[in-house]
Ligand binder design. Structure first.
Ligand SMILES: [Zn+2]
Length: 246
């Protein structure tokens, strides 16, 4: 690549925010961006690990950034209704961020009315959060979904892949731990008045980590977490299995 790629560290992320501000962007959300001449909507998708999103939310809170976190309610990796995860998600809200629905259409296999499924999942998430859900993003959207410009709950819930946010904004993402474009240059260029930035908190940490190292750490951590959760459910677990033997 012909440019310095942004690192996946919290420091690099803070620098990104500082650059946006230096370049005159106001950090907005899906509902108020029209009030600013030069706006950036910051979005994070929670695909794998809610804990990393909480960390990112704290970092943003410290630098006065409010963003939107989209969370799956149909994930194989976490249950949003568990005591721990529900508390994490509410913590993110309490820091002044919005939590929206991350929707995985694969679950519905093209069979059902997708908009109805979105509305049902949003209602579940509202119940989980104890708050209104006003935005939705797609997890790994198909071409058809990207082009659909869905109207959800009569427009009460914003579709972040709708024309307004996907085509009328310059959309940049770090999906699969790769920005693909020179983010710094895009911000500095002054070409775009409306930015829509998606990051995945999963990839970020204090120190830069390769994708393989990060993924390995995630897998190992899951095994340890599994043991701790087992010990909450099986009395004298160590009589059967010791943590050291994992
Ligand atoms: Zn996703």
């Amino acid at each position: 690549m012909g440019y310095d790629e942004m690192k996946f560290t919290y420091e690099a992320y803070r620098n990104l925010i500082a650059l946006l501000r230096e370049c005159g962007y106001t950090i907005c959300d899906y509902h108020n961006y029209m009030q600013s001449d030069k706006s950036v909507i910051i979005r994070h998708d929670i695909d794998l690990q809610i804990e990393k999103a909480v960390r990112m939310a704290e970092i943003e809170h410290d630098i006065n950034v409010s963003s939107t976190y989209f969370v799956l309610v149909s994930s194989n990796f976490f249950n949003v209704f568990s005591k721990r995860n529900q508390a994490y998600l509410r913590e993110i809200c309490d820091m002044g961020h919005a939590v929206g629905l991350h929707f995985d259409e694969v679950k519905y296999d093209g069979q059902t009315n997708l908009v109805q499924a979105m509305e049902e999942e949003a209602a579940l998430l509202e119940h989980c959060l104890g708050r209104e859900v006003r935005s939705l993003s797609m997890h790994r959207p198909s071409k058809a979904t990207l082009e659909a410009d869905y109207k959800i709950a009569d427009g009460r819930i914003v579709n972040s892949y709708g024309t307004e946010f996907f085509h009328d904004h310059k959309y940049i993402t770090d999906s699969r731990r790769n920005w693909r474009e020179d983010v710094t240059q895009i911000i500095k260029s002054g070409t775009y008045e409306r930015l829509h930035v998606l990051t995945h908190p999963f990839w970020y940490d204090e120190e830069e980590q390769s994708a393989s190292k990060r993924l390995k750490k995630f897998c190992t951590g899951r095994v340890e977490q599994c043991y701790d959760d087992l010990s909450d459910n099986i009395r004298d677990l160590e009589e059967f299995l010791r943590k050291d033997d994992l």
